[in-house]
Ligand binder design. Structure first.
Ligand code: TXA
Ligand code: MG
Length: 314
């Protein structure tokens, strides 16, 4: 048990966080998607402390955050398609999986021994400031206990990881509220591994080749377990009304106990999704129901997270 401090985002807070990073401790920090639990990706013991704090299965590789495309190219061979995607979407909510360069200073625990690495250049000023101040590539999964709802506010991190980590940088609610889109690149193509804020159409346009979903049954992103983002209460999807003892998360015409977006706006809904799940989970009701979300644009990523949250637990 350690005391968890929560400091508003400021230069002083970032300096303290960078000191912790340099001594091998993980720190929670906001990004434009969700809060991340960051640690030095070159230090195996530091990365192990991420897994320990999250209680995360060790076969899950982590996303490594770097300050810019040049830093990404130093660690991985992005290839022409990866470079085009980086130019179009970095800094931003895109993670690119590409071959790891021989001798890159990355702990093998980060990649779970895979020959590839997942890289992201984040746009959020707090994560960018921590990258600059620490001077380290930062492995950072979402800052929540493994398998639970992702954190979009410092309070969510505190509730999930309080007394397990030393410091939370509080930057308020994250802007996007959904984890980054993950795409794997090869010399001749690209595959969508996790839907997210940037959709397949936008990726295809920037890549110059079709970026398609990896179906066919193989788990390409090992973290893509069916049951993920799980609330403690059972979750019912496509609900148009509340059943007994349920807390209803609404959308559009279905108002519910709390609406993701009364106007039916998918961007607003994505930003509210995890916070609404946290609120529903904390309610005294025993089940959670969610109104139908249209399967288009950001709705594809929202429904992906909801299906995982509703999946039977292993
Ligand atoms: O928005 C985000 O991406 C957030 C913020 C904090 O940046 N991070 C995040 O990281 O969602 P995490 O660790 O929760 O998600 C990592 C995902 C997992 O699904 C994992 O399997 C996949 O990235 N991944 C990591 N390395 C991979 C690799 N070499 N090949 C395929 N998938 C990989
Ligand atoms: Mg996660």
């Amino acid at each position: 048990m350690i005391e968890t401090r929560r400091l508003p985002f400021s230069p002083e807070a970032i300096a303290e966080a960078a000191d912790l990073i340099r001594t091998g401790q993980p720190v929670a920090v906001p990004t434009e998607t969700v809060y991340g639990l960051a640690a030095d990706a070159s230090d195996a013991a530091a990365v192990a402390r991420i897994y320990a704090a999250k209680g995360r299965p060790s076969f899950n590789p982590l996303i490594v955050h770097v300050p810019d495309s040049a830093a990404a190219e130093a660690l991985a061979d992005l290839g022409p398609i990866g470079a085009a995607l980086a130019r179009a979407f970095w800094p931003g909510p895109l993670t690119i999986v590409a071959p790891l360069r021989a001798g890159a200073p990355i702990a093998s625990l980060v990649t779970a021994g895979l020959p590839t690495i997942a890289l992201r250049v984040p746009a959020h000023p707090a994560m960018q400031a921590l990258l600059a101040a620490s001077g380290r590539p930062l492995a950072a999964p979402s800052a929540n206990a493994s398998g639970t709802i992702s954190p979009t506010r410092a309070e969510h991190v505190l509730r999930s990881l309080g007394s397990r980590i030393a410091l939370i940088i509080d930057g308020g609610a994250t802007g996007l509220g959904l984890e980054s889109t993950i795409v794997a690149v090869a010399p001749d193509g690209a595959r969508l591994l996790r839907p997210g804020p940037i959709d397949a159409e936008a990726l295809s346009a920037a890549a110059g080749v079709p970026v398609t979903t990896a179906d066919g049954g193989t788990i390409e992103a090992p973290g893509q377990l069916a049951s993920h983002y799980a609330p403690a209460h059972p979750l019912r999807l496509d609900a148009s009304e509340r059943r007994a003892n349920e807390w209803l998360i609404g959308f559009g015409a279905v108002a519910g106990d709390r609406s993701l977006s009364l106007a039916g706006d998918l961007t607003e809904a994505a930003a509210n999704l995890f916070d609404a799940l946290h609120e529903a989970d904390a309610a005294t009701t025993s089940g959670i129901a969610v109104a139908p979300i249209p399967e288009r644009g950001l709705g594809i990523a929202i429904n992906d997270r909801l299906r995982r949250a509703a999946a039977p637990r292993p």
